[in-house]
Design a protein around this ligand. Sequence first.
Ligand code: RIB
Length: 304
Amino acid sequence: MHNRIAVVGSLNIDLVVELDRMPNPGETVFGSTLERHPGGKGLNQAVAAARLESDVHMLGAVGDDGSGDWLLDVVRREGIHSAGIAKAPGTSGTAVIEVDSNSENRIIVIPGANAMVNPTAVSDHLRSLDAVDVVLTQGEVPIDVMVAAAETGKKIGAQVVVNPAPVMDYPKELLKNVDVLVPNEHEAKELTGLSVDNMVDAVEAAQALQERGPTCVIITRGDKGAVWTSPEGSGQTAAFKVSAVDTVAAGDAFCGGLSAGLARGLGMAEALRWGSAAGALAATGRGAVPSLPSLAKVTDLLER
Ligand code: RIB
């Protein structure tokens, strides 16, 4: 293993509003703060893996606006290879995120440049990389880009990890090339129409997703842990106990941590613990990229 990961995904500017409670339709409420952070599921997952000291290549697109340069700066400062990030005419991806006093969040994403990622450029760039262990992608880039990433990932001998967020009608030609599918409980429910309210139901939902093509499925369930199913069997893993202040990007930290574990050659059970630890720690900090933990913090939690 070479501890090398290629992340094919979105880069967003996150506009984060903190407020006491979410407004009802037609209602106006006051927010307390407005902050601007780097984010996007792709960038968050790439940074999560890079902070766990994987060698990360990011493939995607930013706009030719000032925000695009700002996002590229973040990528480079995190030590992530940026040659696979194109500059597209127009605005960079943007997310409007509301976080209430219960740490619940709602997110609206305006894709911007993320919608312009080119599938052929992604395949060509992946093929040009040496010894990629994991190709990781998510639903904030066009589906044909995800299909190309998964197909090429398989061809170059990488493990393909897919985070099906946001939920869409993911086609068979994508799912058949997925080694590990990682939805959260809401996504699993929406994708299958099945309950994931308890562990037994969640395992059944994971198995239903597995029947669509992925070799393994992991459903993350926040502070209830995660369930998984693989050709060897099914099971659950407990969550690490932390005081959550903001769960934005906790799922991304899980995917980045899981992929970092797999890229180091860890077995699925141990890689899953890396994902759980990274996800738990991300929930203890505010913002997406700013909340992602270092290897030292993850190792410390794993050993506790
Ligand atoms: O998963 C969290 C991310 O979702 C945010 O950073 C936001 O950009 C949206 O993509």
